[in-house]
Design a protein around this ligand. Structure first.
Ligand SMILES: Cc1cc2nc3c(=O)[nH]c(=O)nc-3n(C[C@H](O)[C@H](O)[C@H](O)COP(=O)(O)OP(=O)(O)OC[C@H]3O[C@@H](n4cnc5c(N)ncnc54)[C@H](O)[C@@H]3O)c2cc1C
Length: 434
């Protein structure tokens, strides 16, 4: 380059030649830089393009895998009840047993969505009609050889100790044994973790409410997903710590699963740091201390008071309602807020008269009240229930006069003249055989 400048210097003579030479040098340098810039840009965009293609491919593979799972599920799913044998019964804690159920026909089981439940129809000696109850699946949904449910024997309400313990749960705990055959409906339910999503999640449970959460955490671990999981579990003490070893194993083997166990009344021999992490109840204050933000999807399951306190706390913390999902094992204590009704629409909508003919109770149903099942229970009218999602059929009641509207699609449309009270509301005055 210096020789070119020198030649120009000599040919053109004096400072003009020198300036011309340096200008040429500048142009060549600029051109070089431009070329370098274009090359770097091209490499960068090619890399980005490859990254996007890879991500798109990964998404396509994931979607295809999900679709395969759904096709497989549809192929293997069964209608009505299927026979299952109790392959193993394991006592988890006092009053709680896990049941491993193998299909009696030996054929593979359909995968299910973590959080879903199965429905049992039990023929319990001494009870005139079959008892229908739902229990959440508590193991990984990737098992095709057995389903696991974990059942707590339901004690009488604390203020009514004279009442008998729960019919179905006592039957399971006290009388069902290995080798017994049970009638089971295919998994169902709308409370589940969407495995296609990557959104970080907080799983919050108390007592036996841990069952769907265990299935969710197991599902994430089974596919080696790195999805961020915060697993909060509350029990009174180690004696009531359901699936303790399994929880600890899950957290130890998966660094993305952060386990926090709270004991509200630890025994003297319960060891903080090993058996549990926090003394007290699971509460939103603890989430505020531990979570980097409130920006998570929250899954709740536990008794009524527990769910109410957590969902109220989350609301006060500014967590949007759409990010909170819950499963009620008993009467719903947390209700999604109904869409606001325009004053004009609400004006003039009078209370509706609901007559429970067998109980001889006449009650006023107000707009905004929950389902007919909740309304009956609130008014002391006992109606049996199972799934509370319109699929198990145990809350079916005959309509003597009037009609209902369904708030969600029933699993099986009931015969005309009866209704699934857990998912319907009265259209006008109604008389129910309950
Ligand atoms: C989707 C879903 C998933 C579920 N998953 C699980 C699970 O994983 N594990 C689990 O353990 N449970 C689960 N449940 C709860 C389960 O379905 C049953 O509701 C529970 O086992 C109680 O049923 P039971 O027949 O034993 O009690 P019930 O016989 O229905 O009795 C319920 C309560 O009423 C009391 N009682 C008895 N007689 C009377 C009376 N005359 N008046 C007033 N009260 C009375 C009983 O003492 C008891 O406390 C789930 C429920 C749902 C809806």
């Amino acid at each position: 380059m210096q020789s070119i400048i020198d030649s120009l210097h000599r040919a053109l003579g004096g400072s003009v030649g020198l300036a011309f030479g340096y200008a040429l040098l500048g142009i060549l340098l600029l051109q070089g830089l431009l070329l370098l810039y274009i090359t770097i840009r091209r490499v960068y965009f090619e890399r980005e393009h490859q990254k996007h293609s890879r991500e798109r491919l990964q998404l396509l593979v994931k979607a295809a895998a999900m679709q395969c799972r759904e096709v497989e599920q549809a192929r293997l799913v069964w209608n009505g009840y299927r026979k299952f044998q109790v392959a193993k019964k394991v006592k988890e804690c006092d009053g709680v047993c896990a049941f491993y159920l193998a299909p009696h026909d030996g054929k593979p089981l359909p995968p299910y969505k973590p959080g879903q439940y199965i429905t049992f129809q039990l023929n319990i000696p001494g009870i005139g009609k079959p008892v229908v109850r739902c229990y959440s699946l508590s193991d990984s949904p990737h098992r095709t050889d057995y389903y696991r449910v974990t059942i707590k024997k339901e004690p009488p309400p604390p203020n009514r100790p004279e009442l008998p313990s729960g019919v179905a749960s006592s039957y399971f705990y006290d009388r069902v044994k290995e080798g017994d055959i049970l009638d089971v409906k295919a998994p169902g339910g709308n409370f589940f973790l969407d495995m296609a999503k990557e959104a970080p999640v907080v799983l919050v449970s108390g007592g036996v409410g841990v069952t769907p959460m265990l299935s969710m955490a197991n599902a994430i671990a089974a596919i080696g997903s790195k999805r961020e999981v915060w697993f909060f579990f509350g029990a009174r003490n180690r004696k009531e710590h359901i699936h303790k070893e399994e929880m600890a194993r899950l957290a130890a083997a998966n660094e993305n699963i952060h386990l926090h166990v709270c004991y509200s009344r630890p025994d003297a021999e319960d060891c903080k740091g090993t058996d549990y992490h926090h003394e007290g109840r699971v509460c939103v204050e603890l989430f505020k201390e531990l979570l980097p933000s409130n920006n998570y999807d929250y899954f709740l399951c536990g008794n009524g008071a527990f769910m109410k306190s957590i969902s109220d706390g989350l609301e006060a913390w500014g967590v949007p309602e759409k990010s909170v999902f819950f499963e009620a094992f008993g009467p719903a204590t947390v209700k999604k807020k109904a869409a606001p009704v325009a004053p004009a629409a609400e004006a003039g909508v009078a209370a509706i008269e609901v007559m429970f003919s067998r109980s001889g109770k006449k009650c006023q149903w107000q707009p905004g009240t929950g389902s007919l099942l909740d309304f009956a229970l609130e008014n002391g009218v006992r109606i049996d229930s199972g799934c509370r999602a319109g699929s198990c059929g145990s809350c079916l009641v005959a309509i003597k006069s009037g009609d209902v509207d369904y708030v969600s699609e029933p699993g099986e449309k009931p015969e005309s003249g009866s209704c699934l009270t857990c998912i319907c509301k009265p259209r006008g005055s109604i008389v129910l055989d309950a």
